[in-house]
Design a protein around this ligand. Structure first.
Ligand code: ATP
Length: 852
């Protein structure tokens, strides 16, 4: 139950009053005991609790399906014709079918839910005195939120600590510019957009850092009040699912036409009405690919599951398909292609300013070496460097205190602090060397000398940081703007740190090249550094060897950019807006672009790309929520693995589909052929249902979830809407169907001449079961024969079970009665099994011939 805290206008009260009335503590947050109570009092921090479809609804949903309608009709007709056994059998099959459908759907729903919870929004809060990362839904009034740029605010909260804090409240107020935040108490009447000491749920921290105490959660938040309908929308159908729905509709239409034709032939041939109706129904059942939706969903869900074991969490179902079609991967350098473990290798101190060098590196730094080290890897490397140089960092830090911080931003590429050391006040600025030098007063000759060092370090692939400082009068510190702080500086030093490529990156890039996927490096780092790493990883080669900086890119018109785009391998010193522009240009050229991002400002580029890839470790929450996949290890090679899975799932679905359709077509042609010739119907509705639901259903599922074989990416082609249902797809489908039909018709003809009708029907039925089961071996790969493929146990079980069952039912009079057939002796069954291996062998030999 939600009951309101007695705090209707927390902005008009002091931090202390708010904290007291929420019975919390600004230094330790809520205690474990409080949390239980708060949970009972307020419930989860959700705007709307998504009602889960009840299990019964899910079960009855299975009946909403054309196959079921036809089967119900068939059962009804059987009742009317007093064919009670048939009627009950068909009804039982309908129920069995619904149970299987229900189980599969329930399974995919639970595994999707489990995966979704892995990427659900998270918040950092203070609990029991410890900073803890929790699901945002578990935030309660009284919780102390710990916020920094790139976080989403989980609930409405009163700010108690603000450090250059700013938030983007456009979702709530429509105001697109970020608003500055502080802790000053305001008057009660201040409107929402001007409450500078409040943060609101669903808004985003755009800069700085701070703490805030939660005042309202869930439905009681401002965003919750405005829109009670902000439900997380259920993902719609993926493009492939939509395409398949189209195929299904066409097949059903085809089925209806064939039924009409059969009835016409029957009337013309004056066949018995019962037989006409039954054959028509059998045919319509065989025309409908009832297994399709299940196969597609399960294939996608299993692929998502496999991707998660390969460190890529998929947030949207349709991302799986798009991943497979990706032909350009735009990737960050630092931490993604490289290890991100920095180590300072070189330094250059200008005019022996050692003291400011160490002061600057220590104070203009938010990392800490305590507890094994924490904070930004670049800043951590600086502290480790000082420790190696035997600098007593603790003592140094105690010698002064920080007054102010202007946080690092990837657009400015600078971070600055104001520090009080004894009676002096200093500004220390560190950042990208060009940015620091452009704000420093330094003569041209010295500048040249410094640039010589920068180039030297960068060419070795090292990331270079520059440091500068200035002293200011104590009274001028308060009210100093960032622009004022970062001007007229004295240049101090350079530090260069190595960040070597990850060992697995070059293999992953080679895989991409083999598979026709282009890799583009996009980095905030120096062009020379980027170029050195790109060369080492073969991202730069003879054909693509240009390095473009963000500034150069800004100077190019779209047309000029387009004329060079194929040759550009590296974009250096880019800003988030450069990224966005690049995505749009590449997409405009028809490319399917995967783009990585981790910062606050990367969200637009991630959203605009075909596949946004966020970093799970180093990235911000904003980037994660904007992306379609999140990498849990921030590693480039995980993207490549995910693309490989994406391609494989397309292949799996395609082959599984082809398998199902060729079986259905063979049944259709067989029955149609027999009826046209004037024979008795060879397969009865129950037989066909058995083949469609059990015999080919199990192998189809096994095919749909086939694991990716080693080296798959290089040998696969990029799937597209054109390549899915292409000529080759239909050719193989028809050829296999015709091959099976020819075998079926010949055998049926042979048996009709030797045995009675019921035995002949069993021969046709059993043969069809065997041939369809064996045929699935050929469907495991488009190019490889099954003996060249790795062993697949689920598939083997999916073939063996129905095979043994088919042999087993020959021993049961009851089942023989149900299927309306006469049992076959074992030797005939074995002969049929032997003959049934011929079509699959022919298909595999054809593959080998085609390869040659
Ligand atoms: P990528 O986009 O490949 O991850 P990156 O991490 O190098 O690249 P940014 O984080 O935007 O990109 O950094 C750009 C530049 O800013 C760096 O080359 C460095 O010179 C400077 N820089 C990085 N981190 C800091 C920091 N904490 N303080 C000051 N300057 C920094």
């Amino acid at each position: 139950m939600h009951s309101k805290v007695d705090l209707l206008s927390p902005w008009s009260e002091t931090e202390k009053e708010v904290i007291n009335s929420l019975s919390t503590d600004s230094r330790s947050g809520l205690s474990l005991k409080d949390i239980q109570k708060k949970h009972e009092q307020f419930g989860p921090n959700l705007i709307s609790v998504k009602k889960k479809a009840s299990r019964w609804i899910l079960f009855f949903k299975q009946f909403k399906n054309p196959v079921v309608y036809i089967l119900m009709l068939a059962s009804l007709i059987a009742f009317v014709l007093k064919e009670y056994l048939d009627a009950w059998t068909i009804l039982s099959i309908v129920i069995l079918n619904s149970i299987i459908g229900y189980l599969q759907e329930a399974k995919s729903e639970t595994s999707l839910e489990a995966l979704a919870s892995l990427t659900s929004p998270k918040s950092r809060v203070l609990r029991n005195g410890v900073t803890t990362l929790i699901d945002s839904k578990d935030v309660y009034p009284g919780d102390i939120l710990i916020l920094e740029a790139g976080d989403y605010v989980a609930a409405d909260a009163r700010i108690i600590l603000a450090n250059q804090l700013g938030s983007d409240e456009s979702i709530l107020t429509g105001e697109s510019l970020p608003v500055d935040k502080n802790t000053t108490t305001l008057s009660k009447s201040v409107p929402l957009g001007e409450r500078s000491n409040m943060l609101y749920a669903s808004t985003m921290i755009s800069k700085g850092s701070g703490r805030a105490v939660v005042t309202q959660t869930g439905k009681d938040t401002e965003i919750g009040l405005i829109s009670q309908m902000m439900e997380t929308t259920k993902p719609g159908s993926t493009p492939l699912q939509l395409r398949l729905e189209g195929v299904s509709r066409r097949l059903i239409f085809l089925g209806i036409i064939i039924v009409v034709v059969i009835i016409a032939i029957g009337i013309f041939q004056k066949t018995d009405a019962v037989i006409i109706i039954m054959s028509a129904l059998s045919l319509s059942v065989s025309a409908i690919p009832e297994g399709l939706p299940t196969v597609v969903t399960l294939a996608l869900v299993m692929a998502i599951h496999r991707m998660s074991t390969k460190k890529a969490l998929v947030r949207k179902l349709d991302a799986v398909e798009t991943l497979g079609a990706t032909d350009i991967i735009c990737t960050d350098k630092t931490g993604t292609l490289t290890t991100g473990k920095m180590k300072v290798r070189e330094s250059y101190i200008y005019q022996t300013q050692k003291e400011h060098h160490y002061n600057g590196l220590a104070f203009c730094n938010n990392a800490s070496l305590d507890h094994g080290g924490s904070g930004d890897t670049t800043e951590l490397a600086l502290l480790e460097y000082m420790a190696d140089e035997k600098v007593d960092i603790h003592k140094l830090k105690e010698s002064g205190h920080r007054l102010f911080e202007w946080s690092f931003e990837s657009i400015r590429k600078l971070m600055s602090v104001a520090v009080q050391i004894e009676d002096h006040c200093y500004i220390y600025v560190k950042g990208a060397p060009e940015s620091v030098l452009s704000k420093s007063l330094i003569n041209e000759d010295d500048k040249k000398e410094v640039y010589k060092h920068i180039n030297l370090f960068s060419q070795k692939g090292m990331r270079v940081l520059a440091l500068a400082f200035k002293e200011i009068q104590n009274e001028k510190v308060s009210g100093l703007s960032q622009e004022e702080a970062e001007e007229g500086l004295t240049f101090v030093s350079l530090v260069a740190m190595a960040d070597p490529p990850r060992p697995e990156s070059s293999e992953a890039i080679r895989k991409c090249l083999d598979a026709g996927i282009r890799v583009i490096m996009i980095t905030g780092d120096h062009p020379k550094t980027a170029e050195a790493i790109a060369k080492e990883l073969n991202i730069i080669d003879e054909k693509r060897n240009l390095v473009l900086t963000g500034t150069q890119m800004d100077e190019l018109s779209d047309i000029e950019l387009l004329s060079q785009i194929e040759k550009i391998a590296v974009y250096a010193r880019v800003s988030p807006s450069n990224k966005l522009r690049l995505v749009n240009v590449l997409k405009g050229l028809g490319h399917v672009v995967a783009m990585t991002g981790d910062g606050v400002n990367d969200a637009p580029a991630l959203k605009a790309s075909s596949i946004g890839v966020a970093m799970g470790r180093g990235g911000t929450e904003v980037a994660r929520q904007a992306a379609s996949i999140v990498l849990t290890d921030d590693n480039f090679s995980s993207i490549v693995d995910a693309v490989e899975e994406g391609r494989a799932v397309n292949g799996n679905i395609k082959r599984s589909l082809q398998y199902l359709l060729s079986t259905n077509l063979a049944e259709l042609l067989f029955i149609l052929g027999a009826v046209i010739i004037g024979w008795q119907v060879p397969l009865l509705p129950t037989n066909i249902l058995w083949v469609n639901l059990v015999t080919d259903g199990l192998p189809a599922l096994a095919l749909a979830t086939e694991k990716v074989p080693y080296g798959y990416l290089a040998n696969s082609s990029r799937p597209s809407s054109k390549s899915f249902f292409n000529l080759a797809f239909y050719m193989e489908l028809f050829l296999v169907a015709i091959l099976i039909t020819v075998f079926c018709i010949s055998l049926y003809y042979y048996s009709l001449g030797r045995y009675d009708l019921l035995t002949s029907r069993n021969i046709a039925f059993s043969f069809l079961v065997y041939v369809v089961l064996f045929r699935s071996f050929a469907s495991r790969s488009e190019t490889l024969t099954f003996w060249e493929m790795p062993f697949n146990r689920p598939h083997l079980v999916a073939v063996l079970l129905p095979l043994l069952f088919q042999l087993g039912i020959q021993k049961s009079d009851f089942l023989m009665g149900l299927f309306k057939i006469k049992a076959l002796p074992l030797n005939i069954s074995l002969q049929l099994i032997l003959i049934a291996t011929i079509p699959v062998t022919l298909v595999e030999l054809f593959k080998i011939w085609r390869r040659k």
